[in-house]
Design a protein around this ligand. Structure first.
Ligand SMILES: NC(=O)c1ccc[n+]([C@@H]2O[C@H](COP(=O)([O-])OP(=O)(O)OC[C@H]3O[C@@H](n4cnc5c(N)ncnc54)[C@H](O)[C@@H]3O)[C@@H](O)[C@H]2O)c1
Length: 344
């Protein structure tokens, strides 16, 4: 068996899910973890049995025996030096979105991958949710004719919003909207985005920060298909890490509707009232199974590295998503639509 050794840098909520997935994957021999929070480091060491847990990510990058590194540390704005050093060390990378804080750094990462023949996967986890994969497959197979318009409205609770707001000045477009834009650009391939318009609204977080509460993004594709993607982070507290999405794709010969609001299972208790379990974006473990997409995504990355297969969400696609989310932020600031430079 062609086993690999994997490093995880930043083993918080998401990195913890990924580290646990690596720990039981048959194609992973050694798991190495870098985590600066000592309490979390001890916890994840006990959970995964990693061969090394260190507070210094540079140790992982310098280790010749490590083949691939998953980078899930925060804040996002300080992650690029880790990405650059890991790629320069000749290791494959899975990075949580966004791929880089600036387009120049994203281009640098792509150039390093090309030069080193390395895989750079981006954590666009929605692509590994069967409902989203079904939409992609159906559109690409012409199952609803030619797409006319696509809507994704995604909202998360203010509990996660406050966590994000505290560590980053990134907009709802760059943090949550990026998932919906990636998903729709993927479904609509080979069409390309040509025009972006966006508006933000802020009545809660912006009282204490410069972070808006919600952002709508409208995109026109080169064949005239329109996209509307909304992203907000001020839902009332509910189930921990609750997220809800609503998807409508209208085509010339049909329509696709996805209710991703997690209403299919509820628990009602005297302490918390009604809650919707298993509703966090990456998913969560339930005893012997994982309810959600992130473990499948992590397994896909391990398989891609160990068996030399392409990654599903690559850096060039993420760079295109970045063009759209940056244009959205510019549009929200200026109040004007933004034309995108042609990109293949
Ligand atoms: N794909 C998805 O569905 C999804 C969902 C939620 C979050 N995310 C993304 O995942 C990333 C992580 O989010 P999170 O909620 O797990 O964050 P988190 O704050 O829970 O975890 C980050 C961890 O990184 C550690 N860390 C910070 N700097 C470090 C360093 N220099 N070296 C080693 N460890 C370091 C922190 O101690 C913390 O444990 C973010 O970029 C977020 O946007 C993706």
């Amino acid at each position: 068996m062609n086993q690999i050794n994997v490093g995880v840098i930043g083993a918080g909520w998401v990195g913890g899910i990924r580290a646990n997935a690596c720990a039981v994957h048959p194609l992973v021999d050694e798991l190495h973890i870098a985590e600066i929070n000592p309490a979390r480091a001890a916890e994840i060491e006990a959970e995964t049995g990693a061969v090394r847990v260190t507070e210094d990510w540079k140790e992982l990058v310098a280790s010749p025996q490590i083949d691939a590194v998953i980078i899930a540390s925060t804040p996002e704005s300080q992650r690029f030096p880790i990405v650059r050093a890991t790629l320069e060390a000749g290791k494959h990378v899975l990075i949580e979105k966004p791929v880089a804080p600036t387009p120049a750094e994203a281009d640098e990462a792509i150039a390093l991958c090309d030069a080193g023949n390395l895989k750079l996967a981006i954590g666009y986890t929605r692509r590994f949710d069967p409902k989203y994969a079904y939409v992609n497959k159906t559109i690409k197979a012409g199952g609803i004719g030619e797409p006319v318009t696509c809507l994704v409205s995604r909202n998360i609770t203010r509990e996660i919003g406050a966590k994000i707001k505290g560590r980053s000045r990134m907009s709802p477009a760059a943090m949550g909207g990026t998932h919906s834009i990636d998903f729709l650009l993927w479904c609509l391939q080979p069409r390309l985005p040509v025009k972006v318009y966006s508006q933000q609204s802020g009545k809660l977080f912006n009282k204490v920060s410069d972070t808006p509460d919600h952002q709508w993004i409208m995109v026109t594709m080169d064949d005239g298909t329109t996209i509307t993607a909304g992203s907000g982070w001020v839902l009332p507290l509910g189930y921990p890490q609750y997220s809800q999405s609503w998807i409508e794709i209208i085509g010339t010969e049909g329509a696709l509707t996805v209710d991703d609001t997690h209403r299919e299972i509820s628990i009602n208790t005297t302490e918390h009232g009604i809650r919707y379990p298993l509703s966090s974006m990456p998913g969560e473990p339930v005893d012997h199974v994982f309810a959600g997409a992130m473990v499948s995504e992590t397994n896909h990355f391990i398989d891609a590295v160990a068996l030399d297969r392409p990654v599903l969400a690559n850096a060039r696609e993420a760079r295109l998503v970045m063009d759209v989310t940056m244009a959205a932020d510019l549009s929200a600031e200026t109040g004007e639509p933004v034309d995108l430079e042609p990109r293949s």
